[in-house]
Design a protein around this ligand. Structure first.
Ligand code: MRU
Length: 367
């Protein structure tokens, strides 16, 4: 997407790779919306830390980062011994996989890289194939998001009021975004509409990232407190909900997404408001049979007990809000059951959640 920096519009991707220097390039998302900065990540351990510490976040973006991180780790290997090379690849894979557990995209992305590497017979060939496969994942991510926009734009009528949760925008992918793809496509088609961004405590991805993106894109929007959606729905002020997902179960149609998504789906059902989930194919998990088996990340309690902002000297600062001495519980994601979801917007069309398994041949990744 294009970003306006010091009066100039420039195109950026959330995740890129500098093959000459073997570095991953990331937009430092913890500084947004106050500062726009691209950081260079020098090795796979630092890439794993960047995922864990949320320099980069969002399912597709951490998928691409993990794919490039795996390529980065194997490209740094010196020598020709295949057995030690494969041990190294395994270590890099495990390190990146463990950085964040709920999103399935990093695993799907890295499996695509590992499968490509199998076609090579020497270390050098495998290294080249790893980089090509990581680049291919990033390109597919962009193409999938654009295709989601193509299918989802028709859901947005002129004058629609849309609710979205967290950030499933271009910052959560390599470009374009999943939940935002129909929004950007409808805007290109000349429709006028308004987006309510859930603030999305505790890390406020809606208030900071989605609002920043929509402002950059010139989309009419307002931030609402997480607790405000029910009130707006009851007063007939929301026509449509579109969210992203970190893992969607192909067998059951259950959707893991940022904490608070389930609550919004229950409210949407109560008020008969269509509730859509937008996903690229890399977000589908074809193995798990039950949403309760999805690993839900439990994050540090400081996220709930306080908040980050920018102080008078433009420095990022944490302030404690909660009662001193009180602790907190901080599950990062929840699981929305299939019966609360109107449709899943994919790059190949819009499906009922329980249709995914029957239509799996069309939805298989890489696709
Ligand atoms: O903790 P995050 O910011 O990495 O959470 C992921 C998300 O951004 C959301 O859950 C999003 O809706 C799905 S990712 C496309």
């Amino acid at each position: 997407m294009k970003v306006l920096i010091r009066g100039r519009r420039r195109h950026f991707r959330t995740v890129e790779f500098d093959a000459r220097r073997n570095e991953v390039l990331l937009i430092e998302q913890r500084l947004l919306p106050h500062q726009f900065k691209v950081v260079r990540i020098p090795d796979f351990q630092a890439t794993a830390r960047a995922i864990r510490d949320m320099v980069v976040r969002g399912a597709g973006a951490i998928g691409a980062t993990a794919a490039f991180g795996l390529a980065q780790g194997v490209l740094a290997f010196k020598g020709a011994d295949l057995a030690s090379f494969l041990r190294r690849a395994d270590k890099v894979y495990e390190t990146l996989k463990s950085a964040r557990p709920t999103a399935v995209d990093p695993v799907n992305a890295m499996k695509q890289v590992l499968a490509a590497m199998e076609q090579g017979s020497s270390v050098v060939e495998k290294q080249e194939l790893a980089l090509l496969a990581a680049e291919q994942f990033a390109e597919e991510d962009v193409a999938h998001c654009r295709a989601i926009g193509g299918h989802g734009a028709k859901l947005i009528q002129d004058g629609a009021r849309i609710l979205t949760h967290c950030n499933a925008g271009w910052l959560a992918f390599v470009d374009v975004g999943s939940a935002t793809a129909p929004i950007y496509a409808a805007q290109e088609q000349g429709r006028k509409f308004h987006v309510f961004c859930d603030e999305t405590r505790p890390r406020s991805q809606g208030a900071t990232l989605t609002a920043w993106e929509l402002a950059q894109q010139g989309v009419s929007h307002q931030i609402i407190a997480d607790n405000a959606a029910g009130h707006l729905m009851q007063r007939g002020e929301i026509d449509l909900v579109i969210v992203g997902s970190d893992r969607t179960l192909g067998r059951t149609g259950e959707v893991a997404n940022k904490i608070g998504t389930y609550t919004k789906a229950v409210l949407a059902k109560r008020h008969k408001i269509p509730f859509y989930v937008a996903i690229p194919l890399s977000t589908i998990d074809w193995n798990l049979k039950n949403g309760f088996d999805i690993p839900i990340e439990e994050r540090d309690e400081e996220e709930v007990l306080g908040a980050w902002g920018v102080n008078g000297r433009r420095r990022r600062e944490y302030v404690r809000v909660a009662n001193p001495g009180s602790g907190a519980r901080n599950p990062g994601f929840d699981v929305t059951p299939a019966e609360l979801i109107t449709g899943i917007i994919t790059p190949v069309g819009i499906f009922k959640p329980r249709e995914l398994w029957r239509r799996r041949k069309e939805l298989v990744f890489p696709g």
